[in-house]
Write a protein that binds this ligand. Structure first.
Ligand code: EPZ
Length: 419
């Protein structure tokens, strides 16, 4: 059994290098399949979800190799189109293989995706757009079988904004005959990153970052090198850890342009920051929870749902009264119960959590999803006494060497295990 052990309270001070973005790297890894030859992804985070995606790619014949922070994906030969259940069921991003394998070889059999239990997380939007482009998709016994002779360009409007469905549609459109126009697309930075990767490999795309994206499919495509951008959610998590502990944390490699919604909330809380030459310096000496501060999660550029739990942990540890409304996932308050075990005063009504901040105490708690686990780390660093966080594997899905990075900021966080 393994757990993270944290002794608080600790003020976090110092600098950390922000990892490459998990949610940008995963779709780009799937997109590498479109190109015969070796793609080199620099600043690719070494986290469990990336290793799971490597396993998925290897199962269809891709040769993967890591050298430092660079991941080499040799996608010259695709030998198989059936992906084993195990890795595919571990995370949500396996669903990206629908679009990329249909583009590359016109067929794929894969388990329905897994991922954090933060809601129902259907894939109806993914299936609808791929069928519109000519794919035949069958779902039975938890397995998806998709095939098509040729994907064709379409003019398609998404019923609602979906990051993953937009990404899947882009992967299919890249290999389709003709032009695809996608409307009501997600605008997250991870979509822009995927489009930048596809464009660097010869695909013609316009409109990324807006809600209308136009793709001219192409068969002549070549692999190459690409740098994964900073993880805006990991950066935001460490910023909030510093805020909860009134520390001064410098985030090296962060891009504040992708973090505006969080930075606005941080300033309302009294946080101060400056950005120059790739470093985001934060000073949380005056951070408080102002009475009546309200935060609502939303699609980009709104406040990211992935920082909802970390923000709730920071609110819980700061004196004041604030509320957080979750508008993206219907079951993303599961960490509330664990924070309450640490003394947090949180009341939930529908999709809104009211938080009255107070001094927290250490406790034995369990992570139940990736970002909820990160929230428990933030709470543990601010709480008085020892906090043990079980199910650390959730945290390790998305945060690279989190305990090491926290220790680098002066925090006392250690990985413990008993045989
Ligand atoms: C991506 O998930 C991210 N995951 C999530 O981050 C992130 O929270 C989410 O986008 C929103 O920003 C990855 O990129 C790997 P959606 P995704 O499709 O694509 C509903 C993390 O912690 N929906 O934008 O699954 C869905 O249920 C993870 O790093 C449908 O109804 O999110 C949700 O309510 C968690 N039908 C809403 O849309 C569909 O076919 C937004 O989901 C697809 C989605």
């Amino acid at each position: 059994m393994e757990w993270y052990e944290i002794e608080g309270p600790t003020r976090l001070d110092g600098k950390i290098a922000v990892q490459g973005s998990k949610n940008a790297a995963l779709p780009v890894m799937a997109a590498a399949l479109l190109f015969s030859g070796t793609s080199v992804l620099r600043r690719c985070p070494d986290i469990a979800d990336v290793r799971t995606m490597e396993e998925i790619l290897e199962s269809v014949g891709v040769c993967t190799r890591r050298e430092g922070d660079a991941l080499y994906l040799d996608c010259t030969d695709i030998k198989c189109t059936v992906i084993p259940r195990g890795p595919a069921e571990k995370m949500r991003s396996s669903v990206m293989l629908l679009g990329s394998m249909l583009s590359r070889c016109g067929s794929v059999t894969i388990a329905c995706p897994g991922g954090c239990t933060i809601g129902k997380r259907p894939i109806d939007l993914h299936i609808r757009v791929l069928e519109e482009m000519g794919a035949k998709i069958r779902m039975e016994h938890g397995m998806l079988s998709a095939s098509c002779k040729t994907l064709r360009g379409v003019d398609f409007t998404f019923e609602k904004s979906s990051v993953g469905a937009t990404e899947n549609a882009l992967l299919a459109a890249a290999g389709a005959v003709g032009t695809t126009v996608l409307r009501n697309c997600a605008r997250e930075p991870e979509i822009v990153c995927l489009c930048r990767f596809l464009k660097s490999m010869g695909i013609c795309i316009q409109g990324e970052g807006s809600d209308v994206i136009c793709v001219s499919g192409s068969v002549c495509r070549s692999a190459g090198e690409f740098e994964i951008p900073a993880d805006r959610i990991a950066a935001g998590t460490y910023l909030l850890a510093g805020a909860a502990s009134h520390g001064q944390v410098t985030l090296e490699g962060a891009d504040p342009g992708d973090m505006t919604a969080l930075l606005e909330v941080y300033q309302k809380m009294g946080g101060q920051y400056e950005y120059n030459s790739g470093k985001l310096r934060t000073d949380s000496g005056r951070v408080r929870l102002p009475e009546g501060l309200q935060v609502r999660t939303g699609c980009y550029p709104g406040f990211p749902t992935d920082l909802q739990s970390p923000l709730m942990a920071a609110f819980s540890a700061l004196s004041g009264l604030g509320s957080i409304e979750e508008n993206i996932f219907e079951d993303r308050f599961r960490t509330v119960g664990e924070l309450r075990r640490m003394g947090a005063d949180i009341s939930v009504s529908g999709s809104t959590a009211q938080v009255r901040g107070r001094a927290l105490h250490g406790a034995d708690v369990s992570a139940c999803d990736l970002r909820g686990g990160a929230a428990l780390v933030i709470a543990g660093l601010s709480a008085g006494g020892i906090t043990r966080i079980y199910n650390p594997q959730y945290i390790e899905r998305g945060y690279e060497l989190m305990d090491e990075k926290i220790r680098g900021l002066g925090g006392r966080m250690y990985k413990r295990r008993i045989p």
